[in-house]
Design a protein around this ligand. Structure first.
Ligand code: SF4
Length: 379
């Protein structure tokens, strides 16, 4: 770590790197993605973990790897299969890009590229994921700077700012390159991430347990928890939806999501102006959304859901349908027990849980149910 004039010299970076590795070898968690250096497994795990906690991501990574053990296995799957397996992980553009990238790699022989430039040329592979695959799978000497590492290095060098953007981010990147153990880049990168996850915690860093404390400038200055500065957040966008739960012969009426995540199945929904009468508008729109008339709507309550910076307030209604079915409106009729194999997000789960807890009985089917139609994708 670079020091300013007059400051007492700290330990040599090599001594700090050695202390970090000793600590890591003793305290590292046994995580499923750490048990392999297979390039496809590393790529898959880094994609899963981009916006997902380790606790939530680790079991999902294992299931996805079991389902798609090679690039070719994912390349030959259809998107619906992947989205179903990805359901609940959020950020579904990740899954679609991974699918496209896997197909490109499979077309070129199935070998995951080794260099950052080649990796970055693949759809959805950003600088961090490319560096992670190159470093962790192929031992390329390149630093990895995720949120945990940025926090550790911001504190270690007392770098002002948020550690992620502008000059502050550039200073952290430079510190990461300076501190990198070029002989063991994979282990070094994992060790720094682990230190951020277990010891150099955001609000209450456990400095007495830290192998880097002898060289930590933030600790020497008595202000480790003040660094890095909080990042400015984008203001949230609030949206209002009305959603209807209807059944035809015990099958849920679902449609392709046109509001939150393309490719998912949801109950029919309608975006509402802020003061609108949700029941009236949903009832009016129901034939266009679900292909039948809504005879009766019973309010079930409201659920809240967020996707990135969008916050949804969703008024949910039980819908009793009537009359003939308009076959030109694309819907999917799905038995609740079969939902597991369908691509779906967290909002559908919340809506169905509310419906189940409300005790509103499923309306009797009064007309011949519509046959299951091909699901609209890409809507
Ligand atoms: S000494 Fe404290 S602030 Fe510094 S790197 Fe270690 S845990 Fe973080």
């Amino acid at each position: 770590m670079r020091r300013s004039q007059g400051e007492r010299p700290g330990p040599h970076p090599a001594a700090l790197r050695a202390a970090l590795l000793r600590w890591f070898r003793k305290h590292r968690r046994d995580l499923p993605f750490r048990r392999t250096r297979d390039p496809w497994a590393v790529w898959l795990s880094e994609t899963v973990l981009q916006q997902t906690t380790v606790a939530a991501g680790a079991p999902r990574f294992e299931r996805l790897l079991a389902r798609f053990p090679t690039v070719e296995a994912l390349a030959s799957a259809d998107e619906r299969e992947l989205l179903a397996a990805w359901s609940g992980l959020g950020y579904y553009a990740r899954a679609r890009n991974l699918h496209r990238a896997a197909r490109l790699v499979a077309e070129r022989g199935g070998l995951v590229p080794r260099t950052v430039d080649e990796l970055r040329a693949l759809p959805g592979v950003g600088p961090y994921t490319a560096a992670a695959v190159a470093s962790l799978a192929f031992g390329v000497p390149i630093p990895l700077v995720d949120g945990n590492v940025s926090r550790v290095l911001s504190r270690l060098g007392a770098i002002p700012g948020d550690g992620r953007s502008g000059r502050s981010g550039a200073a952290v990147a430079e510190a990461a390159a300076d501190f990198l153990d070029r002989r063991r880049p994979a282990e070094h990168n994992e060790a720094l991430m682990e230190l951020g996850a277990l010891v150099c915690l955001p609000r209450a860093p456990r400095c007495p347990d830290c192998p880097l404390r002898a060289g930590c400038r933030a600790l020497a200055l008595g202000r480790p928890a003040e660094l890095p500065a909080p990042r400015a957040r984008k203001p949230a966008v609030r949206l209002r939806l009305a959603a209807g739960v209807a059944r035809r012969d015990d099958r849920l009426v679902l449609v392709a999501d046109g509001h939150l995540v393309r490719g998912h199945l949801v109950v029919p929904m309608l975006e509402l102006p802020s003061e609108a009468d949700a029941a009236r508008l949903l009832r009016t729109a129901w034939p266009g959304l679900a292909g039948r008339r809504a005879r009766r709507l019973a309010p079930l309550g409201r659920v809240r859901h967020s996707v990135l910076e969008r916050l949804y307030a969703v008024d949910v209604f039980d819908v009793e349908e009537a009359g003939p079915t308009d076959e030109s409106v694309p819907v999917r009729l799905v038995l609740p027990r079969d939902l597991e194999s369908e691509p779906r997000g967290g909002l559908l789960g919340k809506v169905l849980a509310l419906s189940a807890s409300s005790g509103v009985p499923a309306p009797p089917a009064r007309a011949r149910p519509a046959p299951s139609r091909p699901r609209r994708t890409g809507g």
